[in-house]
Design a protein around this ligand. Structure first.
Ligand code: BTN
Length: 269
């Protein structure tokens, strides 16, 4: 029999070296969606950095209206409430920034090298290890708050048949269980550090780091969007973090949301 243990949030609180992220922590053994709870906290005026973390989600939300499979005690599911004082037009950079912070903290705390599929899927060998759902709430034309929701497959060893070919976990890759609290701390600290840099210096660093860790740029891609599909070569990001695709007829099209399928690396045989 396996003994399943809940998260030790006391360890997170004790060891976390951040200024504001996670200083207010709401833990749930089971919840519908940490993003939804964080959004309610944002609406009620909870402080910047409030962390909502759960051991299980019954209605975990993924990008593009999908659901996020969230079995109990195995993985990390959390949402961070942010109140960035930036234009809503540049908020998309936080979505990309979080993926860079995740890849860096996964590497520094586990040694595993993951990469990023546009916009912010965390991948290992083309299998999805984690995902980020950013939801923006406006008051007039300003950001009221933003919810950064993060799911990482940590100790999950069996996947539903539907996703078993496309998903992986840290345990599957590294062949051992991982300490979820330590990983969570490392991610929260890295996000806060990267956010501060972004607020001070703008998107330049995010862009160069995202490019460094991207596995999409330079590839032949198919981008599926609601109502249309586009194919071409992924050539870069535009000033709002959208993916620029050069189609076969030489047109350059920018995509702001969608699902990317990598066909091959250009130049690869
Ligand atoms: C994706 O589809 O790639 C994004 C997945 C985001 C899942 C996380 S789990 C914690 C947070 N709460 C949610 O309901 N979704 C995000």
């Amino acid at each position: 029999m396996t003994v399943k243990k809940g998260l030790h949030t006391d360890q997170i609180i004790k060891s976390l070296r951040t200024r504001y992220i996670g200083k207010e922590l709401l833990y749930f053994k089971s919840i519908g969606s940490t993003n939804l709870e964080a959004s309610e906290a944002g609406h009620k005026g909870s402080p910047e950095g409030t962390l909502v973390i759960a051991d299980k989600q019954t209605h975990g939300k993924g990008r593009l209206g999908r659901s996020w499979i969230s079995p109990p005690f195995a993985n990390l599911y959390f949402s961070i409430l942010l109140r960035p004082r930036i234009s809503p037009l540049t908020a998309g950079w936080i979505n990309l920034l979080a993926s860079v912070s995740l890849v860096k903290s996964i590497q520094s705390s586990t040694g595993l090298v993951a990469d990023i599929k546009w916009p912010n899927d965390i991948m290992v060998n083309e299998k999805k290890l984690g995902g980020i759902l950013t939801e923006l709430y406006l008051k007039g034309d300003q950001i009221d708050y933003l919810v950064l929701g993060i799911g990482i497959n940590v100790n999950m060893s069996r996947f539903p048949a539907l996703i078993s070919e496309r998903a992986t976990s840290l345990k599957k890759e590294l062949k051992h269980d991982l300490h979820r609290e330590a990983l969570c701390i490392s991610i929260l600290e890295k996000i806060e550090e990267d956010l501060e840099l972004f607020y001070q210096k703008g998107p330049g660093t995010v862009l160069s780091e995202w490019e460094k860790h991207s596995n999409t740029l330079g590839k032949s891609v198919i981008v599926r969007q609601p109502g249309q599909t586009l194919s071409g070569k992924a050539i870069g990001l535009d000033s709002n973090g959208g993916l620029m695709v050069e189609t076969e007829d030489g047109a350059k099209v920018t995509v702001m949301a969608g699902d990317v399928i990598h066909l091959q690396t250009i130049g690869e045989t």
